[in-house]
Ligand binder design. Structure first.
Ligand SMILES: Cc1ncc(COP(=O)(O)O)c(C=O)c1O
Length: 376
């Protein structure tokens, strides 16, 4: 259970004046994250440079991410975005015998863009969700065959918060001898992730959503047994076993997934990521998830009570924080709510109400009430 929510809220200054319910897009700023970014700025201003200290912050962030998903730090690469992570994978599997790539059509579009740009190497196809229902393991089973190389899917949908049972998906994918690559950008920080228990081969996530950080840094998990067999094509000096050998004539990849590091780390983003993940790692993410289930229930009840159309699952077991409510002119309504100090996130035809562990049911009630008033 999330205790002492008032105390938690004190660390997010914006909550004194505003209701922030936009964690599917950007969560509220925690004071520790601001302090950590300022630490980088002061170090630059006062000491001129501190490569050792700056790199250490990024290494600390790598470790905190590894802890959060129950991986070893050697299984994590530092990348700049999820797009970068997926591109690293797409370009390193070209020598595999199997050529079929399956993508869930509710994945974030960038995943499709990356794989489709390599159609000369792969046979790319999509798997959709059933009408009214949501995709289950059997649907994956029916779409995967002995030529399927990799299945890409998201833990939680960016659009409507639909959440999948990854352990079950992994079981089916592995039964057919394919790899499972998960985009966890929308679940990191709000749903427990255990890559070992779930048996995930590859996972990417950025920090800007529920992980309390900023864009510009993301992480790529590849399980060790697999990483050591791959030859990264998106690479650079940080992916080498000794970046500081300054040997331009040889490529000697680092151990494990670290070989997928590329250029100089995004230092300032790494400072933000270290602090953000340290804040979250103080909690049991299952407690955060429970709190968000409760807020989901409140959102669904409030929205239905006011006659709004919910596009998200209405069952809590396959839904994460985000409740998507149908609004024809969603971007406009997002702006109108913002003018009233209520921060939500629009996508196409929905307003996404996406609370985090610092939100209360009063936040939700007020936001839904104002949303209903604007729509009507
Ligand atoms: C699930 C998901 N994946 C990927 C992205 C985009 O990732 P990036 O910009 O880091 O490539 C987003 C951004 O909203 C997202 O929600």
């Amino acid at each position: 259970m999330i205790n002492n929510i008032n105390k938690i809220r004190e660390s997010f200054p914006i909550l004194k004046n505003k209701i922030q319910l936009s964690s599917c897009s950007q969560s509220a700023m925690h004071l520790d994250v601001k302090d950590s970014i300022n630490k980088y700025m002061s170090s630059w201003e006062e000491n001129g440079m501190d490569w050792g200290g700056w790199m250490q912050a990024c290494e600390n962030a790598r470790l905190e991410f590894a802890k959060m998903i129950n991986a070893d730090r050697s299984e994590i690469a530092i990348v700049s975005s999820v797009s970068h992570g997926v591109s690293s994978i797409a370009t390193s599997l070209t020598d595999q015998k199997r050529k079929k790539v399956l993508i869930a059509d509710f994945d974030f579009p960038t995943v499709g863009h990356v794989w489709l740009s390599h159609q000369d190497q792969y046979d790319v196809s999509f798997i959709g969700r059933n009408e009214g229902d949501f995709i289950d393991a059997k649907a994956y089973h029916d779409h995967i065959d002995e030529e399927t190389l990799i299945v890409n899917t998201s833990h939680v949908s960016f659009y409507d918060g639909f959440k999948q049972d990854l352990k079950e998906v992994a079981r089916v994918v592995h039964e057919k001898g394919a790899y499972l690559s998960v985009d966890a950008y929308q679940s990191l920080g709000q749903c427990p992730i255990d890559v070992k228990e779930m048996d995930i081969d590859i996972l990417t996530a950025g920090l800007q959503k529920y992980a309390l950080g900023i864009p510009g840094i993301a992480f790529l998990y590849i399980k060790k047994e697999l990483a050591d067999t791959l030859t990264p094509k998106i690479t650079g000096w940080f992916g080498q076993s000794n970046p500081f050998a300054f040997d331009i004539k040889h490529v000697e990849y680092g151990e494990g997934t670290k070989r997928f590091d590329s250029g100089t780390f995004p230092m300032i983003n790494g400072f933000a990521a270290e602090a953000a993940l340290k804040v979250l790692n103080q909690y049991d993410i299952a407690d955060i998830e429970d709190h968000l289930k409760h807020l989901s229930q409140v959102t669904i009840e409030e929205a239905e009570g006011r006659g709004l159309t919910i596009k998200s699952p209405k069952t809590l077991h396959n839904k994460a924080s985000n409740t998507a409510i149908y609004v024809e002119n969603a971007s406009e309504v997002e702006g109108q709510l913002k003018d009233q100090g209520i921060i939500v996130s629009a996508r196409n035809d929905v307003i996404r109400i996406a609370p985090h562990f610092y939100n209360t049911k009063d936040d939700i009630k007020l936001a839904v009430k104002e949303l209903a008033r604007l729509i009507n």
